[in-house]
Design a protein around this ligand. Structure first.
Ligand code: IMP
Ligand code: MG
Length: 187
């Protein structure tokens, strides 16, 4: 599938459903990490809305933010298979529990790359939260501690998730299909 074609979006999770799941996740993290120094890591760019909503529900007193950028998809909907770390963490994590906030674990290559690099840095512990777990597509085993939603193979957009950088701003999560009409396309 390319970025050309008429996109059809089907609602998968409404803003209300997302809010409810994020609240439950926050409660679990508040219990688990209450007494830790936490570095909450937003995996840019897809996790940005999930991160923003989740951290506002966390009551962990000793929490700071950090950001990293991984890249594997470019503007396509199939992973290139080559993951690169574009921006690494800037906070000191040596005495911290690292709370990774990721949009979706698909093949698992990105998180495997990230976790392998994190394992080289001294830290007190790691918790991996994913908004979506697309486990059918997994190629690398990844220890996800919390997933808001299990999803089937397919392509998901909205609530931070993009297709060719589009649709990130949608408040719900949608599956995306593209329809070709007699060789013409509409956008
Ligand atoms: P991986 O295949 O697990 O390495 O997935 C890497 C990244 O690809 C995810 O963190 C997302 O940013 C992106 N990705 C995977 N599946 C989807 C999808 O269905 N929609 C939008 N982005 C996706
Ligand atoms: Mg991502």
């Amino acid at each position: 599938m390319t970025a050309k074609g008429r996109d059809e979006l089907t609602l998968c999770f409404s803003p209300e459903e997302i809010e409810a799941r994020v609240s439950i996740l926050a409660q679990e993290l508040n219990s688990k990490l209450a007494n830790e120094r936490v570095v909450a890591v937003c995996v840019l760019r897809g996790a940005v809305l999930f991160f923003a909503d989740l951290v506002r529900k966390l009551s962990i007193p000793n929490l700071v933010f950090d950001f990293c950028t991984l890249s594997s998809y470019g503007d396509k909907d199939v992973s290139s298979g080559e993951v690169s770390v574009r921006t690494w963490l800037s906070q000191d994590i040596s005495d911290a529990h690292v709370l990774i906030v990721e949009d979706i674990v698909d093949t698992g290559r990105s998180m495997q790359t990230f976790l392998a690099r994190l394992a080289l840095c001294p830290q007190k512990g790691i918790t991996l939260c994913a908004l979506l777990d697309k486990s059918e597509s997994r190629v690398c085993a990844v220890p996800i501690d919390y997933a808001c939603f299990q999803v089937k193979a397919g392509f998901y957009v909205g609530y931070g998730l993009d297709f060719a950088q589009r649709y990130r701003h949608l408040p719900g999560i949608y599956t995306l299909h593209q329809n070709w009409v007699a060789g013409l396309f509409f956008s």
